[in-house]
Design a binder for this molecule. Structure first.
Ligand SMILES: [Zn+2]
Ligand SMILES: [Zn+2]
Ligand SMILES: [Zn+2]
Ligand SMILES: [Zn+2]
Ligand SMILES: [Zn+2]
Ligand SMILES: [Zn+2]
Length: 493
């Protein structure tokens, strides 16, 4: 696995070429060959940080902004949260029109408050509790809407109990002004409530920060930091969760964040329709005997008549060679636009099921191949006990199995992408590469399941081809995503 756990401050190219100093010839150190950022499409630099480290990081930004604009840290936090922690952008906007910035950041109201609202030294009635009190018992935000201090405390307590913190606003109807941190904390007397407020605010700050992402692992406190909000693979160094840095869901290359979201929503909605295809048994297309699938490989061989066929399409396996692999491709009816509404609906369902079936099948194969891995481990153990080789001798088999899982995972995530792709040369190229990968993965799976009778060199060769196909597909399609198109950031870029 590459691309994980690189310390961004560490000059790794120098580390890797430790002999450069010794020989003092820079040409000997071929950076192009070593630099994974050029060769590995999944390469991604990130750090796994603790809550304390992130707090320190955020405080540095708060301090820097409050110093350069001469505003309180509390207001700096509102600005940073509203503008994705882009200090230089905030500073330049503030310099060109501070009033406008404060209004759009909901620190100031769009219109200046009426001077008569708060009258010093007079008795005044609170619009919430209706009690009449002297005006020093009242407080208001920049909008000038006065409420008694007890009502403010009550308001904050209710909001914090509901998990709201940075989003707490004024109590006046249709007033959008937000309550900055110091205003809230000064109104809260219970330490437990203040802690809660700060915890929720921290959560909001991390979520609004384009370079930070909470690890989605259960009960994991890690916050991952990366320079770019890219949809790249992150592996948490504490809980080992693997996820997409930009959207935080399961890693999904080559599909992009919004497409995978659309796909998963569709699958959840259509689960009834899709369930009927989740069969574990099919009939042999030649002798019609019932066959159960108990391995991950889609290249099936009937135990009765020895016919080789494809589990997905039940076609002859001979037509699944890597050059003319057609099974992954969906052939759309070119005249569908002229057909009846019913026919179009049927066609749409057929198309969806084609992709869903393959998506689901790879997911199942991944699970079945986990069992294959356990079987292989047991077999190796037995061989080692019988003094036929050491664990090191058999390591290649474990490597092959983990490579297979990696390739199959990528392959699984090609199907949502292909489903939503528009017809055209780009889709044709994608489906060509997908088919190539598909064929090589089934070859690899077939060879791993028959590891005993497969030559080691042959298997290693197959590993090489499969990984190359995977890298090519990712390289061509991963690098063409728009980097900043996630819906979360859209409004700010
Ligand atoms: Zn009141
Ligand atoms: Zn207000
Ligand atoms: Zn984690
Ligand atoms: Zn994502
Ligand atoms: Zn048969
Ligand atoms: Zn097939």
């Amino acid at each position: 696995m590459s691309g994980e756990e690189y310390d961004s401050d560490m000059d790794y190219s120098e580390e890797d070429c430790g002999y450069a100093d010794y020989y003092n010839t820079e040409e000997d150190c071929d950076i192009d060959q070593i630099d994974p950022s050029k060769t590995d499409p999944e390469y991604f630099v990130f750090d796994c940080l603790s809550v304390e480290e992130v707090e320190r990081l955020l405080n540095e930004s708060v301090e820097s902004l409050s110093n350069s604009l001469q505003i309180t840290p509390s207001l700096a936090k509102v600005l940073l949260h509203a503008h994705n922690w882009l200090i230089s952008e905030i500073v330049s906007k503030y310099r060109s029109d501070s009033s406008h910035l404060l209004v759009i950041s909901k620190i100031k109201p769009p219109h200046p408050p009426e001077p008569s609202i708060l009258q010093l030294g007079r008795l005044q009635s609170c619009p919430v509790c209706l009690a009449s009190q002297s005006s020093d018992k009242f407080k208001s935000l920049a909008c000038g809407h006065p409420f008694c201090k007890e009502c403010w405390s009550m308001h904050f307590e209710v909001q914090i109990t509901q998990g709201v913190s940075t989003g707490i606003g004024c109590m006046a109807q249709e007033c959008e002004v937000l309550a900055p941190e110091d205003f809230v904390l000064n109104s809260l007397s219970r330490p437990a409530l203040r802690d809660k407020y700060q915890q929720f605010a921290f959560r909001d700050y991390v979520r609004s920060h384009p370079h930070l992402r909470f690890c989605p692992g259960p009960n994991c406190q890690v916050v991952v930091r990366a320079k770019e909000p890219q949809a790249k693979r992150v592996i948490c160094n504490v809980c080992r969760a693997i996820f997409c840095f930009r959207c935080g869901t399961d890693y999904h290359a080559p599909t992009d964040c919004s497409t995978i979201k659309k796909w998963l929503t569709k699958c959840a909605d259509d689960s009834e329709t899709a369930n009927y295809i989740s069969a574990h048994t099919k009939d042999c297309p030649r002798c019609h005997i019932c066959i159960e699938k108990n391995g991950g490989c889609n290249h099936m061989q009937c135990y009765n008549c020895k016919h080789d066929f494809c589990w997905m399409c039940l076609g002859d396996w001979k037509s699944h060679g890597s050059e003319y692999y057609e099974c992954s491709r969906y052939k759309e009816n070119p005249n569908i636009a002229h057909e009846s509404v019913h026919a179009q609906a049927r066609e749409a369902l057929k198309k969806y099921l084609h992709y869903y079936e393959r998506w689901e099948n790879h997911s199942k194969s991944l699970k079945l191949e986990e069992q294959t891995l356990l079987k292989i481990k047991t077999r190796i153990n037995k061989k080692v006990m019988d003094s036929s080789g050491t664990w090191i001798d058999w390591q290649y088999l474990l490597d092959a199995t983990s490579l297979l899982a990696k390739c199959r995972y990528t392959l699984q995530y090609t199907y949502p992408y292909a489903y939503y792709m528009e017809a055209g040369p780009r889709k044709e190229l994608f489906e060509y590469q997908q088919a190539q990968l598909e064929a090589e993965i089934e070859n690899l799976s077939w060879k791993i399941e028959r590891a005993e009778t497969t030559d080691r060199g042959d298997l290693e060769n197959q590993m090489d081809i499969a990984e190359k196909r995977r890298a090519t597909l990712l390289k061509d399609f991963l690098e063409n995503w728009p980097i900043l198109s996630s819906s979360k950031r859209k409004t700010f870029f």
